[in-house]
Design a protein around this ligand. Structure first.
Ligand code: ADP
Length: 732
């Protein structure tokens, strides 16, 4: 059933009225849907809005029965084709009278039937510059009328009606959106205003509390330089009242020349188009006096780049400048002082350095001289300590200052025992003390120049041994050259002197021994040579005999002496061989048999048959000498016994013994007879013949065999001469 023209107009007028009366879509749209459903007498009218993703939502509905409600359902028509979209954007209204019979896609049919749609009428809701249907308009949604109970043949008037209502809805939506947009803009503007106010307040608070003066001047030509804003600090810095100065210029407050300078600076800032900084500006104010300020002038332009304001920020730097000046003065003064002090320190350092190097040089020189002194002292000490010479130093009184170890060793004392003792009284024999003191004093004389040599017999109290020392003495001086004592270097010549003495004695004995036969020979030969005695006469023959025997004696003496000398100098070598005791004894007796016969002395051999190693001739020489001595000192008819036995103690050897029963030897001579020319009685060699060297030679021979020789005797009863020959192999 078609709606009448009148009814349609009425509905449209209603809708339009609502739109004018209310700007609220939630009020307009449901009423519109309701009105349209009533008008079309359909079961459901919905307003369907497309989402940007292609889906859609039922935003408004009017249903005859609640079972047909689709409100707030998100619906997507899977068969919605682009061609529909195109048609709708052109503002076309589509209608299907009977869904089940219509010539449409099966898919679309199924979709519609799902929502109980039997017939539908669809009009687009478009949005754009103009609400009239246009291709480039935006398809906001659809206004849809459904028959859910039976199909419906749509009338021309239905098309017209839904289209007009859809247009009204579009107008309402657009209007609502505009209103919403305006509302949003209004809100934003209000918000911005609030923010601006807050910012302004915030800035004002800051400016008011800034410690620097802030002022804003008008930069428009007609009001150029008029104060538009000043903060309270302006009073403290420029002496202006922030409130009263508004609308005034610098000419109202400062002398003309000063005001001109300020204005000139403002113009300069504007003309250069960037902030102008005046680092230092001297100003004068009656109230505040002279001050130094620092100012920044910032030009502010409008969007047409016309100068609007000059923002000034000024700071009073009087105190700072003053402090800087004072600081600089203090710094300069300090620098000056530092420089002076540095110079002083450098000078002192140089002096110190010079002093140090002077001291160092002196130290090195001292060390060098000390070192060389120490070295020389060390050398001297080492020399004195090690030299095999006797060194002693005495003070002026003759007290011992120093003795070297060699002297201490000789006298068997230690240093502390002798230091400080008087040398003359403690160590010299009484007969030498005076002469030694005299020499000591002589050396101490200032005129004394060289060293003095003299000898001294020194008695060493510990051993009471007497030593003869040859001293070489000289003066000991201090650094001033004064004699402070005497130093002597000595040599122990005791042994040398003894040897010399022995030599002298030997020479005198030998010359005596030589002289005796020589005198006899010379006397006899002289008598014969002077023809005083006929050599053929008995007396002559006797003299020749004497000369001959003396010559023999002389030759023997010389030979013995030479032999002894050879033994003592070690030039005689033994010719050792196997010898037999019996053979040795027999051969020796043979040699002296004539002499024994003459003296009517018997020689008895105690037989023994021992073989051993020895120089056969030399042992015969020893045995012969002992036998001939025994014969010489025996009375006629006495017996000499010769024996040789083996003995094991103290070491294996052959012990020979020659025993006579003659004169015997005093016990004090038993040892000395073995020395050369030593006799029991001085006349022995004269009366008994012999050189006095026999026993000395014998001792040499035996000792060279490694044996010993000695004599035992009971004076008046006879003597036994023993000697041993070791039978061990040569030790060497
Ligand atoms: P000489 O060749 O003069 O005998 P010796 O050296 O053999 O020299 O003897 C030294 C001295 O020893 C002798 O002059 C003598 O006084 C003494 N003398 C040596 N043998 C005996 C002895 N058997 N009895 C006593 N006196 C002796």
């Amino acid at each position: 059933m078609a709606s009448s023209e009148q009814e349609i107009n009425h509905l449209i007028a209603n809708v339009a009225l609502r739109i004018r009366q209310s700007l609220d879509l939630s009020d307009i749209l449901p009423a519109t849907a309701e009105g349209l459903r009533e008008l079309l007498k359909c079961d459901r009218v919905i307003i369907y809005r497309f989402d940007p993703d292609g889906n859609g939502i039922v935003t408004v509905e009017s249903v005859a029965e609640s079972r047909w409600s689709l409100l707030d359902r998100v619906i997507k028509d899977p068969c919605f084709e682009e061609s529909w979209n195109y048609k709708y954007r052109k503002g076309l209204v589509t209608a299907i009278a009977d869904i089940s019979a219509a010539n449409i896609d099966e898919c679309h049919r199924e979709f519609l039937q799902k929502f109980d749609v039997k017939a539908n009428l669809v009009a687009p809701i478009l949005q754009g510059e103009k609400v009239e249907p246009q291709e480039n308009n935006h398809l906001w949604g659809l206004l849809i009328a459904h028959y859910c109970q039976q199909p419906r043949q749509w009338q021309e008037s239905d098309f017209k009606c839904i289209k007009q209502i859809a247009n009204q809805v579009a107008i309402a939506i657009k209007q609502a959106e505009l209103i919403n947009q305006n509302y949003q803009e209004l809100r934003q503007r209000k918000l911005a205003q609030q923010q601006a106010q807050q910012t302004y307040k915030f800035l004002q608070t800051i400016i008011e509390h800034l410690p620097v003066a802030v002022f804003v001047k008008d930069a428009n030509p007609e009001n150029f330089g008029e104060f538009q804003l000043l903060n309270p600090a302006i009073e403290r810095i420029f002496g202006l009242d922030a409130y009263q100065a508004l609308g005034k210029t610098v000419y109202d407050y400062f002398p003309f020349a000063q005001a001109e300078i300020f204005t000139q600076q403002d113009r300069e800032a504007i003309s250069q188009g960037k902030p102008l900084e005046i680092l230092e500006e001297s100003i004068y104010d009656k109230k505040l006096g002279n001050r130094i300020i620092k100012v920044m002038k910032i030009p502010i332009y409008n969007e047409l780049h016309q100068p609007q304001h000059i923002l000034g920020i000024a700071e009073d730097i009087t105190a700072r400048r003053q402090a800087e000046i004072e600081l600089k003065q203090a710094k300069d003064e300090l620098e000056l002082r530092v420089a002076q002090r540095t110079q002083e320190l450098q000078n002192a350092y140089q002096r110190l350095q010079q002093e140090l190097s002077r001291r160092e040089e002196a130290q090195i020189a001292l060390q060098n001289s000390e070192a060389s002194l120490r070295e020389s002292e060390r050398r001297w000490r080492s020399l004195l300590e090690n030299v095999r010479l006797l060194v002693i130093s005495l003070d002026r009184e003759g007290k011992i200052d120093y003795v070297n170890p060699f002297l201490l060793e000789l006298i068997n004392y230690n240093l502390t025992e002798v230091t400080g003792k008087n040398w003359f009284t403690e160590f010299l024999s009484s007969e030498e003390q005076e002469s030694a003191k005299a020499i000591h004093n002589q050396i101490l004389q200032p005129s004394f120049s060289s060293s003095l040599y003299y000898q001294q017999k020194v008695i060493f109290p510990k051993s009471r041994t007497e030593k003869t020392i040859a001293w070489n003495c000289t003066q000991l001086r201090n650094t001033e050259g004064e004699a402070i004592g005497v130093i002597c270097i000595g040599e122990d010549i005791t042994e040398q002197q003894a040897i010399q003495k022995k030599k002298d004695e030997f020479v005198s004995v030998v010359s005596h021994e030589l002289r005796t036969p020589l005198t006899s020979i010379r006397g006899a030969l002289a008598l014969l040579a002077e023809d005083k005695i006929d050599p053929q006469s008995e007396q002559g023959k006797h003299l020749l005999k004497i000369a001959n025997s003396s010559t023999k004696n002389l030759v023997k003496l010389v030979n013995d002496l030479l032999e002894l000398e050879h033994f003592e100098s070690g030039t005689i070598e033994l010719a050792k061989e196997q010898v037999n005791t019996n053979e040795l004894m027999l051969r020796s007796v043979d040699r002296v048999q004539i002499l024994a016969n003459k003296a009517k002395v018997d020689i008895e051999i105690v037989e023994s048959d021992i073989n051993f190693q020895a120089d056969c001739d030399r042992l015969i020489q020893v045995l012969t000498n002992l036998l001939s001595n025994g014969i010489k000192f025996s009375e006629p008819n006495s017996i000499i016994t010769l024996s040789a036995v083996v003995q094991n103690l103290p070491s294996p050897s052959i012990l020979f013994a020659v025993q006579d029963r003659g004169r015997g030897i005093p016990s004090d001579k038993l040892e000395s007879i073995f020395e050369r020319f030593n006799q029991v009685d001085a006349s022995d060699s004269k009366t008994k013949g012999g050189t006095g060297l026999g026993l000395a030679i014998s001792r040499n021979i035996i000792e060279q065999h490694g044996g010993k020789i000695w004599a035992e005797s009971i004076y008046g009863e006879g003597s036994i001469f023993y000697f041993t020959i070791p039978t061990l192999k040569d030790e060497g």
